[in-house]
Ligand binder design. Structure first.
Ligand code: SF4
Length: 82
């Protein structure tokens, strides 16, 4: 799962690019390339463990964007146990 604050924009804050780039809605700035692996939960990285920006803004995550998949998975697991 990617971070719910991750978006792709080609312009923001007086900066423009030809191709959309990773943009952090929480920090309101483009994501530094080194941080993109955290935003996308690549390798052993996780936005909800390794990003200080996410942790500062975790209470602002729009409802349903962070737990939607987990709720579905939990329902399937409960069914398997029955
Ligand atoms: S992981 Fe951090 S930097 Fe990346 S989009 Fe989420 S809050 Fe922003």
């Amino acid at each position: 799962m990617t971070c719910p604050f991750l978006a792709y924009r080609s312009e923001a804050n007086d900066r423009q690019f030809d191709e959309p780039r990773a943009y952090c809605e929480a920090a309101e700035q483009f994501v530094q390339p080194m941080r993109a692996d955290i935003c996308n939960d690549r390798y052993d990285l996780s936005h909800d463990e390794h990003c200080e920006i996410y942790l500062e803004h975790a209470d602002e995550v729009p409802a349903g964007t962070e737990t939607g998949d987990e709720t579905e998975n939990a329902g399937q697991s409960a069914g398997d146990d029955a």
